[in-house]
Design a protein around this ligand. Structure first.
Ligand code: BES
Ligand code: MN
Ligand code: ZN
Length: 498
């Protein structure tokens, strides 16, 4: 879908469809009012007769509205004005795009960016609208032999701004919104791909392709390289698998070489059976999503490279399957991590931290400004925060606040959990420096305590996306989170967030 920005009146738009909002009960937004005036009260008449209450999610499609230059007017219900916040704004955009796709309109002018959600800047509204509108048209049907094609999909969407002097800032925000959507689409597709396609080698190829397309630096370490580096914790997870593990490093340089990079580390378990500590079979198919951390950091990299942000960014992905087998790691096995610390592997299903810890040690060599790891790490996080908030833990409060704020801006929110010393004792092992599990209590926190032992040399934050990276049930699939959060964090650091 193609976007453009325009300032102008809704009744003067020569497009296939003009979209305007109506609040509940029966309150026209300013663009809807302008359409009403031009049509001599045509719209307010309909509303008085009860055709449109303004309920959230409702729509009313009108043809040949008198006094306008467009073929159609689509009224979108926004719900109560006082309850109209970021979430409702996003839902209205989604409804508008879905409905437009069903109308046969080839192009449309969207007047939702203009009036609603006064507290948010014009840049925010445009960025969010573009990202959500594109996300709403995302499809994953490459394995369907019969695709349910949209008859006449919407091709062009014009976003309206009120004033001409807002055009420049809106144009920049539009580019950002498109980049966010593209990053999310990549993250979703990699997440949705089955584990027989999306293997560690496949992820490595994806990284190489990004490097090719955007002139990035890409390095893929093989098993022998990891052995030489002493990544025995990561390799312990890979032992049961016939797929070779890959350690992917991708670097983007948009700032001076002297500027420290942000390092994003993504968990890349392409399938998590649990290993010898085998998972129950119910819903085990969803463990193909256990590489959504990797997918998220690759998506973020793609967006950053596309926007050419003036920052340095490095992405690190430890990737392997977690399989049972004759040579798989056993519960009770002890390994030495790259950091030199020894780990007693009590439960082979707590594999994410085992691959991340070596990646976090590896990250030291970049002298990072900050390291953020992204991982579908614990079922406990889903219990604690459900599917709404990403879990956030950090060894630096300023960094944690930056990420929380980025999540608010992106409406891709995180919630902080404590990383207090008190929890560390749950990782005591009688035989090694630590165990890899802390028992049932505070599972998300003890997992982070484990990681914190490998991140002492830099500012670090951990995002547990176990509850937010994908949806179960009838609309099963990857969500593209936390790509919006991460991109907003980086936009802010780059001074590009208006
Ligand atoms: N990938 C899972 C975490 C997970 C579980 C994410 C369910 C989403 C839904 C992770 O590798 C895992 O198995 N974690 C264990 C840790 C436990 C053994 C300490 C868990 O959460 O049960
Ligand atoms: Mn596991
Ligand atoms: Zn896992």
């Amino acid at each position: 879908m193609e976007f453009s920005i325009k300032s102008g009146s809704p009744e003067k738009q020569r497009s296939a469809c003009v979209v305007a909002g109506v609040f509940e009960p029966r309150k026209l937004t300013l663009p809807a009012e302008l359409l009403d005036k031009a049509s001599n009260g045509y719209i307010s008449d309909l509303i008085r007769r009860g055709d449109m209450e303004g309920k959230a999610g409702s729509t009313l499609l009108l043809h040949n509205v008198p006094g306008t230059l467009c073929d159609r007017v689509l009224l979108v219900g926004l719900g109560k004005e006082r309850e109209f916040h970021e979430k409702e704004y996003g839902a209205a955009i989604r409804t508008a795009v879905k409905t437009l796709n069903e109308t046969g309109a080839f192009d449309a002018s969207l007047f939702l960016t203009e009036t609603s959600l006064k507290k948010r800047s014009i840049a925010w509204r445009v960025r969010q609208t573009a990202a959500i509108a594109l996300d709403a048209t995302y499809r994953f049907d490459q394995f369907k032999s019969k695709k349910d094609d949209v008859r006449r999909p919407l091709r062009k969407l014009t976003l309206a701004v009120e004033r001409r002097n807002e055009l420049t800032i809106a144009e920049e925000a539009l580019v950002q919104g498109e980049a966010i959507a593209e990053g999310m689409a990549l993250a979703k597709t990699l997440g949705n791909l089955p584990a027989n396609v999306c293997t560690p080698s496949y992820l490595a190829d994806q990284a190489r392709q990004l490097a090719e397309e955007f002139k990035l630096d890409c390095q893929v370490l093989e098993r022998e390289d990891m052995e030489a580096l002493g990544m025995h914790s990561l390799l312990a997870v890979a032992k049961g698998s016939h797929q070779p593990p890959k350690f992917i490093v991708l670097s983007y340089k948009g700032a001076k070489a002297s500027e420290k990079p942000v390092v994003l580390v993504g968990k890349g378990i392409t399938f998590d059976t649990g290993g010898i500590s085998l998972k129950p079979s119910a819903e085990m198919d969803e463990m193909k999503f256990d590489m959504c951390g990797a997918a998220g950091v690759l998506g973020t990299m793609k967006a950053v490279a596309r926007m050419q942000l003036p920052i340095n960014l490095t992405v690190v992905i430890p990737s392997t399957e977690n399989m049972p087998g004759g040579s798989a790691t056993r519960p009770g096995d002890i390994v030495t991590s790259m950091s030199g610390q020894t780990i007693e592997i009590i439960n082979t299903d707590a594999e994410g931290r085992l691959i991340l810890c070596d990646a976090l040690t590896y990250a030291e060599r970049f002298d990072p400004a900050a390291v953020i790891d992204v991982a579908t790490l614990t079922g406990a996080c889903v219990v604690a925060l459900g599917h709404v908030a990403t879990g956030l833990l950090a060894n630096n409060d300023a960094l944690a606040r930056e990420l929380l704020h980025a999540g608010e801006e992106a409406h891709d929110r995180a919630w902080q959990l404590p990383l207090w010393e008190d929890y560390q004792e749950l990782l005591k092992s009688p035989f090694a420096d630590m165990t890899n599990t802390g028992g049932r209590q505070g599972g998300t926190i003890t997992a982070s305590c484990f990681l914190s032992r490998f991140t002492k040399k830099y500012d670090w934050a951990h995002l547990d996306i176990a509850g937010t990276a994908w949806k179960s049930g009838t609309d099963k699939g990857a969500t593209g989170r936390p790509v919006p959060l991460l991109i907003h964090f980086l936009l802010k650091r780059a001074g590009k967030l208006n």
